[in-house]
Design a protein around this ligand. Structure first.
Ligand code: ZN
Length: 139
């Protein structure tokens, strides 16, 4: 039996090489549960894309971005505040997932620590204020 390394365990389980168990520790005894819904398990771990939770489709997003007009524009700062609109209709509920996707799709390095915000516009679009590494930003 192994423990830890959940991604490797998931991959072995998918391949049918092993079964996954979760231990629920109790005061007098620990209960052992077999994880039979691998799909849910993978989504919970972030191994598998979860569109419902993240608001993000697993596709190439249509991203429109501008420099945040109210942001701190110190050229010596590594990060730049940007306003992002997703013209493809996705919404960002999980910044970490969006950051991974944008790294893959455009090479952007989005700051996942620190603040970000979203605001709705009267025309129905949502603008997200994020910070991205200045030099990673491309058109
Ligand atoms: Zn999208």
């Amino acid at each position: 039996m192994t423990h830890g390394d959940q991604r490797a365990a998931y991959e072995r389980a998918v391949a049918g090489k092993s079964r996954l168990f979760a231990v629920w520790p109790g005061q007098w005894s620990s209960d052992l549960f077999e994880i039979d819904d691998l799909d849910e398990f993978a989504k919970a771990l972030g191994v598998k894309h979860d569109e419902e939770r993240t608001g993000l489709k697993d596709h190439v997003h249509e991203v429109e971005w501008t420099k945040d007009p109210y942001g701190d524009d110190n050229p010596r700062s590594q990060y730049l505040g940007i306003d992002v609109i997703l013209a493809c209709g996705c919404s960002i509920n999980d910044l970490r997932t969006f950051a991974v996707q944008m790294k893959e799709q455009r090479g952007w390095v989005i700051a996942t620590s620190g603040g970000w915000s979203k605001r709705g516009r009267p025309n129905g679009t949502t603008t997200y204020s994020l910070r991205a590494r200045r030099r990673s930003l491309t058109d």
